[in-house]
Design a protein around this ligand. Sequence first.
Ligand code: GLN
Length: 196
Amino acid sequence: MSSTVIGVLALQGDVREHLAALEGAGAAARPVRRPAELAGVDGLVIPGGESTTMSKLAAAFGLLEPLRARVREGMPAYGSCAGMIMLADKILDPRSGQETIGGIDMIVRRNAFGRQNESFEAALEMDGVPGGPVEGVFIRAPWVESTGAAVRTLAAYDGHPVAVRQGNLLATAFHPELTGDHRVHAAFAELVRAAA
Ligand code: GLN
């Protein structure tokens, strides 16, 4: 029996879909907007959306430093798409002033798949997610341009890492919260339980 609670950073983006996917995976989930709410969760999902807006709102809500501190202390976090960008130590084409939480030693390229391919789906084998390929939904998705030695690539598409893990931090360029398949969220919930 475990009583871990997973937060979903609820500043902008597909918050509801992540809350529903976590609950579908059997995890207790709640939105996080304030530092006090962040302090009450065992792990955090950073949703898809628009990383430039999320970055501004995180700063405006006084969440950027508390988020960095929790990540440094080892709190498990999972970012999808814009959330992957938020967990990257470095982004290649930031908007001016765009800051990330960081934590994963990787360089991420925003909107990497370009115009013709702004949105697409691809079946992906993902390490740590048994039971066959996951349906990768990519929406103006980033890819991982390069990774440090501590980063493990869990899935790749077209030669680029699109799912990675470093310690308790997990990130996907795609959106499992939109597919009704909760295996990625279940894997993250397991990681949160193991870390608690
Ligand atoms: N392109 C967006 C960004 O840079 C991410 C898109 C998404 O989350 N679907 O933040």
